[in-house]
Design a protein around this ligand. Sequence first.
Ligand SMILES: C[S@@+](CC[C@H](N)C(=O)[O-])C[C@H]1O[C@@H](n2cnc3c(N)ncnc32)[C@H](O)[C@@H]1O
Length: 360
Amino acid sequence: MNTSAHGFYLPCRAGFEPECAAEIADQAARFGVPGYPKAERDSGFVRLLGLDLAAQALAEKRLSWRALIFARQCLPVFAELIELDPKDRLSPVLAAVAARGQRFGDLWMEHPDADEGRTLSGLARSFGNALRGGLRRVGWLTAVTDLHAPRLHVILLGGTHLLLAHSDPTDSSPWVQGIPRLKLAHDAPSRSALKLEEALLTLMSQDERSRWMKPGQRAVDLGAAPGGWSWVLTRAGLQVAAVDNGPLAESAIGTGMIKHYRADGFRWRPEHPVDWLVCDMVEQPKRVAELIGDWLIQGDCRRAIFNLKLPMKKRYAEVGQIREQLMQRLHDAGIDLQWRARQLYHDREEITVALLPGNY
Ligand SMILES: C[S@@+](CC[C@H](N)C(=O)[O-])C[C@H]1O[C@@H](n2cnc3c(N)ncnc32)[C@H](O)[C@@H]1O
């Protein structure tokens, strides 16, 4: 009897495979899941392999996409098909889905977000159309998309090589390939606006956003110029103090909801505590994390979202140290906030962290 399982597929930003691999190996070890990561530089994904069926079942219960920073998804793989016949890819996929015996509510066609993977986008589209029809005909895919039912992911790794994976819509990225299709509004002051927009969508649920971010609240934006993050906050109805020696764009000032302070973000403090602190200053990550800790501990803000620029080397280890030190400081001060972090699609050599109440 074959007792080997197919492990997990974890897409990430191309070039960050070592961080993604180190992180999933750490997570697996923490939960007692035997397995090893396999990654190829610049491929845009990592696989967790070496699991038997029992370890796969355990890992599917324990490993969560939410706890991972560098993975855009964390998908349990249930079949790997290699050396497919380009004239008939459909039959083996239909057979593998039938062998699983699970009805899916949606089909997502994916490929790694890297140079080689992107050449597969045309095939993903055409094959996806054929497969959708085929799956519906035999009943393994609901006739109409069901957003609450498990999702089927078909991940093309080559023209004749693919993975079949499944996900729970409540514990996975809400976007195909983990990549949000956000459009930059014509009046957004900077592309960075998309970073905060993605962070708000990724690091909080819809319910949390409506409970915690309300019109009339006050926020401080450190390193605000030209004003993309401040502008996103005004769209949620917040009043913003934007701190930066650089100028703000007309479209930010024109909102009438942003007050610009030309000052050093490491020294400036508000007269009264604010609901939100956001920070996108390009600075040493340790310094930024210390500053955010100071604001929270001294009661100048209640919640924070900030970017940590990653160092050139030992990026994963450095993030771990920063997190440990910051969370220990907050814990010692009796502040009960949760660390939520992700390398967003719109992040480059950086990650975005939110310190928020509640379980994630
Ligand atoms: C990446 S940009 C911020 C972009 C902004 N979040 C947006 O959405 O438009 C970084 C900003 O941090 C500012 N900055 C860096 N060090 C700072 C400091 N010590 N005090 C205030 N601003 C600082 C820079 O002037 C720069 O405008």
